[in-house]
Design a protein around this ligand. Structure first.
Ligand code: GLA
Length: 722
């Protein structure tokens, strides 16, 4: 029997690999490279592929029906969501067909230059994998090489394949005071899609998504994706006809927002993606490493221990009384605070939230001698001074607006749309940024300010997008100008640290974190609500940038009351702060608070550089920070609601050195009047007298006391030197 040898063309395969993650793209002659793989690390990576893009075609299929490419477009016969949408203003060139022109690659990066000679468009696709974090960074750029304008509607920063078995998704939802809520769903036949069109990440759609098979805490393949962009976004997962799914993410563009003149280019924000074989915590560890290594830029090049804050907002709101603030600062210093942040209410005629945004100089009534006397007092107590600003905004009732009403974004002929009584300044106008820079620079020159809390408290509504831009959407240029302004301030004042706040956590992405050092996670300081908020935050962002404050005993946003032990145990792992009137505490209250702050100072090094993992079952949730050298770990078990078990199950603690012996120390024992905290084991835990090996902790776990609802137990583990 004669075996026919088919002449199969060998085509190059480009593989990029990290430690546990690889991508592979296959060259296709005359077309765009096809996706072969995004997932577990490929071993013995093949250098060529024998099929040259072909796949057996089923009946009723167009000839050459393409599989998922790096840049799927309608012109190539791609009937699912294209990675590029747009057309010439006369409607032409809406269905381009690209071919590979050039490839550049290194061990960790791949650059594909694609062209469509007919449409006169060029696209560059960039892929870079960081072998230390396993994070794949992707971006795309469109170049209009034609001689008429091209209107761009969508260019994905990344288009990647997901395997059929990855059928579970975690998306984000939320609202003010309840950000970062994780919504688990099964992926089905419909396209899964989340957008922000609010001109900021928004409270309801943090720009990230997680996909996996089981989405377990520590096992199983997980894919995560995030868009490093503080404006609008689209995240989309669409089933394909071969059982796989495509994931696309990029900047959501309003109609007509980007029209490229001949020769102009549009570059997408960066998308950061990863694959981990080690469940949700494996994925988080990758993103945390990436943010630490490649995103954050600290004054002096290295993060200093995160200073404990006292923020004045929930303590005094707009009631700035000089003597009262001094007393507040003194009370903070007494319990161990290291940075006093003067929130909203300090500037010219700012007595409530109806007026004054834009007038960035100290109020002459509240601060007749400027901020210096208060700053001197704060510094005299050994603390740094921080100040709240909201530069992007203006109240109609302000000196700035009276002088320059045209500086606010507003469509001529449309009603003004206010949010929190304020309008958005048009940052794309040079004189607006010059004004803001001048005011911020003067504050920083005249005062010893170590820190800005940079707020942004409203969505950009359609009717705010026009001004002299003839109604053109302003989202993109606004966001780019914001980054530019932040950069200008930082370059002139390199020691300054900045927090990104947006009515709580509405602007926390890795784009703004290139320019800032902390995120105000949520305006909710309710410990119970914070458990869910912070869990979602920590999936992608590391704890040292997570603003986490101990609020008042009765939370201002929910009315719920919690013990200091719970409030402190929940805030403990983040960038700690206090946000209540510490002056009201009696001596016992102050010393209890001081003790919790001391615990944080002892453990913040581990929390802010180690591996953070989380999980939960039933009515409980746990969090663990493990030192890089595995010699110590901080562990918290939170009980949200009661359940029917009589005993708390032994808590298994993973990630330690199995052979080492660890001494356990509970920071406090939760007790209600009928609890049994008198048993020997429990007493030993509190006395720091229990020792286990890492293997025992991993395999058998620690016996824990019954916990009442809305309580926590916090345990430090340190290897015993034998
Ligand atoms: C926003 C912030 C708060 C506080 C107020 C001040 O809501 O999220 O933390 O700074 O503004 O007006």
């Amino acid at each position: 029997g004669g075996h026919e040898r088919l002449a199969m063309e060998q085509t190059p395969l480009w593989v990029l690999s990290g430690r546990a993650c690889s991508i592979a793209l296959e060259a296709v002659p005359g077309a765009v490279p096809l996706w072969r793989h995004f997932g577990a690390r490929l071993s013995g990576a093949p250098m060529a592929w024998p099929l040259a893009g072909a796949r057996p075609l089923p009946p009723s299929t167009l000839e050459g029906d393409p599989a998922l490419s790096a840049l799927p477009t309608h012109g190539q016969g791609w009937f699912e969501q294209p990675a590029l949408l747009g057309s010439r203003l006369d409607g032409g060139d809406w269905a381009p067909q690209f071919a590979l022109q050039r490839v550049e690659r290194t061990d960790s990066s791949l650059h594909l230059a694609l062209v469509d000679m007919v449409a006169q468009l060029a696209v560059s696709l960039h892929y870079r994998i960081d072998p230390d974090s396993d994070v794949l960074s992707c971006s795309a750029e469109l170049h209009n090489t034609g001689d008429t304008p091209f209107r761009l509607d969508w260019l994905a920063a990344a288009t990647v394949p997901l395997p059929p078995e990855a059928g579970q998704v975690i998306g984000y939802s939320g609202r003010w005071t309840l950000e970062f809520q994780q919504a688990r769903e099964a992926l089905g036949v419909a396209t899964w899609r989340r957008d922000s069109r609010r001109g900021r990440n928004s409270h309801d759609t943090f720009p990230a998504v997680i996909v996996g098979t089981t989405l377990a805490d520590d096992d199983g393949p997980v894919w995560g994706a995030h868009l490093a962009w503080s404006g609008n976004h689209t995240l989309l997962i669409e089933p394909l006809s071969d059982g796989r799914r495509q994931l696309q993410l990029g900047e959501w563009l309003a109609p007509g927002e980007v029209v490229l003149a001949p020769g102009e280019r549009y570059a997408t924000p960066e998308a950061h993606l990863t694959h981990s074989p080690a469940g949700l915590n494996g994925m988080s560890a990758n993103f945390h490493r990436h943010v630490r290594r490649a995103v954050l830029r600290w004054p002096g090049g290295e993060m200093s221990p995160r200073p404990v804050h006292l923020n004045s907002w929930e303590a005094v709101y707009f009631n700035h009384d000089f003597e009262g603030l001094k007393a507040l600062a003194s009370a903070g210093a007494e319990v161990g605070v290291e940075r006093f942040v003067l929130d909203d209410g300090w500037f010219h005629r700012r007595d409530n939230d109806r007026a004054a945004l834009g007038d960035w100089w100290p109020d002459a009534v509240k601060y007749p001698h400027g901020l210096t006397p208060l700053i001197d007092h704060v510094q005299g107590l050994g603390m740094q001074f921080g100040l709240w600003v909201e530069p992007e905004m203006v109240n109609p009732d302000s000196e700035l607006y009276r002088a320059h009403p045209d500086w606010a974004l507003h469509s001529a002929g449309r009603p003004i749309v206010l949010g929190r009584h304020q309008l958005v300044l048009d940052l794309s106008r040079g004189e607006v940024c010059d004004y803001l820079y001048g005011k911020l620079d003067a504050l920083l020159r005249d005062n010893a300010i170590a820190y800005f809390k940079w707020d942004m408290n409203r969505d950009l509504a359609t009717a705010t997008l026009g001004a002299d831009h003839r109604g053109r959407a302003a989202y993109r240029r606004q966001n780019l100008a914001l980054y530019g302004l932040l950069e200008r301030v930082r370059q002139a004042h390199p020691a300054l640290e900045i927090e990104s706040c947006s009515s709580g956590g509405a602007r926390p992405d890795m784009g703004i974190l290139r320019h800032t050092h902390r995120v105000w996670t949520s305006d909710s300081n309710d410990a119970l609500a914070r458990l869910g908020i912070q869990s979602g935050f920590l999936r992608f962002l590391p704890p040292e940038v997570m603003g986490a404050h101990i609020g008042p005993a009765r939370a201002h946003t929910t009315g719920r009351s919690h013990s200091l032990a719970l409030r402190a145990s929940v805030a403990m792992f983040g960038h700690l702060g206090l946000e209540f009137d510490v002056r009201e505490l009696d001596a016992a209250g102050r010393s209890e608070l001081a003790r919790w702050i001391a615990v944080h100072k002892e453990w913040r090094g581990v929390c802010h550089s180690g591996t953070l993992s989380q999980g939960g079952q039933g009515g409980t949730q746990w969090l663990q920070a493990t030192a890089v050298d595995r010699q110590s770990a901080l562990f918290a078990l939170y009980r949200r609601v009661e359940d029917t078990w009589r005993y708390t199950p032994p808590m298994q603690i993973r990630g330690l050195d199995p052979a080492a012996v660890y001494r356990l120390q509970a920071m406090h024992l939760p007790s209600v009047s009928h609890s049994q905290s008198g048993t020997d084991t429990i007493r030993a835990l509190a006395a720091g007298a229990l020792e286990f090996t890492g293997a025992q902790l991993r395999d058998f776990g620690v016996p824990l006391p019954a916990l009442p609802p809305e309580s926590a137990i916090l345990i430090g583990l340190r290897a015993v030197q034998k």
